[in-house]
Design a protein around this ligand. Structure first.
Ligand SMILES: Cc1cc2nc3c(=O)[nH]c(=O)nc-3n(C[C@H](O)[C@H](O)[C@H](O)COP(=O)(O)O)c2cc1C
Length: 188
């Protein structure tokens, strides 16, 4: 099962269209999750997760931890906001620090980083951007995926102006190609 995560609040927007196209290209069973629906609280940096094995906040992230661990591959999508990820996506990234303290996966090289339950999992990254900032948002997302030691199969920064990316055949084709790479990484 491939999990798609969308960090845009606009369900008719471009990021979701890109994530959907990657999932389509992958052609496997998939689930698209809109982070906006999960009511994800901010990481407070308390590090209670490191001592208690889970985050004290009970919200949409609670079920998402399990889905991230159980899925075969992940498509991460965020719009570009000021050359960065959206606040929604940043909260998701920050809260996923608790994954390292659930006692699952390989040990991190630095002990205080806990464990790496998503290590080796194939991942694709997409970002929708009006004009400038694709490189920096992709670098931020790639750094997150690298921290988790996931296997990044590819990335796509889709510059679409204020247009609907669904009308841009070349970009949509690139997103589907990314999905094919994801499927290949899964050995299918
Ligand atoms: C708060 C905010 C900041 C943005 N910053 C940038 C930016 O730095 N560079 C850019 O090209 N577009 C920027 N945009 C435009 C969005 O990246 C673009 O419209 C994108 O398609 C939004 O994704 P969505 O369609 O999935 O909502 C920004 C939009 C918002 C709302």
């Amino acid at each position: 099962m491939i999990l798609g995560l969308c960090g845009s609040g606009r369900k008719e927007g471009n990021t979701g269209a890109l994530v959907e196209a990657v999932l389509q290209g992958a052609g496997s069973q998939s689930e698209l999750i809109w982070l906006i629906d999960l009511n994800i609280g901010y990481c407070t940096g308390c590090m209670r997760c490191a001592f208690e094995g889970t985050c004290w906040q009970q919200d949409g992230m609670t079920a998402l931890y399990r889905k991230l661990i159980d899925c075969d591959a992940i498509v991460f999508g965020s719009p570009c906001y000021y050359g960065n990820v959206s606040g929604l996506f940043k909260s998701f990234m920050d809260r996923s620090i608790a994954l390292g303290y659930m006692g699952i996966g390989k040990e991190a090289e630095i002990a205080m980083h806990g464990r790496k339950p998503l290590a080796g999992k194939p991942a694709a990254i997409v970002s929708a951007v009006a004009g400038h900032g694709a490189d920096s948002v992709l670098a931020i997302m790639e750094s997150y995926v690298g921290y988790g030691e996931m296997n990044i199969v590819g990335k796509l920064g889709a510059v679409a102006g204020m247009d609907d990316v669904r009308d841009k055949k070349e970009i949509m084709g690139q997103a589907r190609e990314l999905g094919i790479k994801l499927r290949q990484a899964l050995g299918k």
